[in-house]
Design a binder for this molecule. Structure first.
Ligand code: GUN
Ligand code: ZN
Length: 426
């Protein structure tokens, strides 16, 4: 048994403050980690007598749980900041050609390694990740994540109606997904998500098959896009004329349930939100992506009214940053345009335990409670001259808010995976 203690300012928001969840803050805190698991998280003076002989390392900065990115595309790493076009045009012009290159396993390996390094550099310790239609793109990501002991959930993209250079078939999509689930089940901290790209790129038969896969495997998630862009929504309404709305398309194929994560949900009516709440499905709110593609302003207050679980997604490459801190800054601005002010502690919840709840992982990650995996980040409120100036005499809420508005990868001093320092700023 190897125990290690960290003395630092500690902050965790394990339950939603909007629903009365308490904020755990210790100005002089102690976190004790044993074999990658948190065994104590609290006040230094209270806890230290309980751990005689355990080495204590002082960490200068603010320790928070590792960030959970609930929606990101690793094959779009090199497509970030691609100029022009809203969703459907952007996909055709930039994304489908870039994803076609993942037929080459060596390319997938190289991008997967860079991608995971970028997550760590940004304090992201867990993510729900789109791969490409190629099964080996999932192998590349999972091998790289296994080597880093990261909690990554991903899946082969189902898209039998995709373009000539980027599609599967009902049969290969099904067989590849089954084989990947069997190959990767129970390995490291990995999880599988059945991943139909969106309604427009799968046939009815493939969508039904995706529903069958989810039903057959109680340990897998379902991950797709929903109601992101008006042109997309019009095309869905046109093809599925008898569906009540976009969500209902997925519902008819058994894809709306407690393990379903829907990215975007920018344009949803009350009926769909009520149905998501009833089903226990989750939303990945992707602010930088929604702004970059001009998709619209997500209505967090409406999701809250219906009690739908929400996490934060960067959605790189439509998203413009790997940083969940920077993404929370944009979430705040969308709230301002919507007339709802996102509290900084709630924002931290959404990017940590909220994301963990969305991915069905709240028993393991997100809050640094004793028994959870010790994925955590050391934030540096003095990362830049301006942050230093703004936070020197700030209280906790002000400091946290400044980190969200002014911070990004520069504010991540260290990232720990299961108690091991996996990345350190030089
Ligand atoms: N909808 C279908 N595919 C995609 C994608 O790759 N990115 C985004 N933002 N939306 C999508
Ligand atoms: Zn996406």
């Amino acid at each position: 048994m190897t125990a290690q203690a960290y003395r630092a300012e500690l902050l965790s928001v394990p339950a939603d403050p909007a629903q009365g969840g308490t904020i755990r803050h210790y100005a002089d805190g102690l976190m004790v980690v044993e074999d990658g698991i948190v065994v104590a998280f609290g006040d230094h003076a209270d806890l230290v007598p309980r751990f005689p002989g355990v080495p204590v390392e002082r960490l200068p900065g603010l320790v928070v749980p590792g960030f959970v990115d609930t929606h990101i595309h690793y094959p779009q790493t090199d497509s970030i900041a691609a100029y022009g076009g809203q969703l459907l045009e952007w996909l055709e012009r930039h994304i489908f050609p870039a994803e076609a290159a993942f037929a080459d396993r060596a390319h997938a390996d190289e991008v997967a390694g860079y991608f995971l390094g970028e997550l760590l550099r940004n304090g992201t310790t867990s993510a729900l990740v789109f791969a490409t239609v190629h099964a080996q793109s999932v192998d590349a990501l999972f091998e790289a994540a296994l080597a880093r002991n990261m909690r990554i959930v991903s899946g082969k993209v189902l898209m039998d109606l995709g373009p000539e250079t980027l599609h599967d078939s009902v049969e290969t999509g099904r067989a590849d997904s089954e084989a990947l689930i069997a190959r990767w089940r129970g390995r490291g901290r990995l999880g599988y998500a059945v991943t139909p790209r969106f309604a427009l790129t799968s046939s009815d038969t493939q969508l039904a098959g995706a529903g069958d896969l989810v039903a057959a495997h109680p340990d897998v998630l379902m991950h797709t896009h929903l109601a992101e862009n008006m042109g997309e929504i019009a095309a869905v309404a046109n093809r599925f004329a008898t569906a009540r709305d976009y969500l209902d398309v997925y519902d008819r194929f058994g894809l709306v349930g407690p393990r379903s994560v829907f990215a975007h949900c920018v344009h949803l009516e009350d009926r769909a939100l009520a149905r998501m709440s009833e089903a226990g499905s989750s939303i990945a709110f992707c602010p930088t992506s929604n702004l970059f593609l001009g998709s619209g302003l997500f209505d967090l207050a409406a999701a809250d009214r219906h009690g739908v679980k929400v996490g934060i997604g960067t959605d790189v490459g439509a998203g413009t940053s790997f940083s969940l801190l920077a993404t929370l800054g944009e979430a705040y601005k969308i709230g301002q345009l919507r007339g709802t002010t996102l509290d900084p502690f709630r924002a931290l919840y959404l990017a940590t335990a909220g994301g963990a709840h969305a991915l069905g992982l709240a028993d393991r990650i997100g809050g640094l409670q004793p028994g959870q995996e010790a994925d955590f980040v050391l934030l540096d409120p003095a990362a830049t001259p301006l942050l230093t100036r703004r936070t020197t005499s700030a209280g906790l809420a002000e400091k946290l808010f400044a980190l969200q508005i002014l911070g990004d990868d520069r504010a991540i001093a260290r990232t720990y995976i299961a108690g091991r320092c996996a990345w350190m700023r030089r």
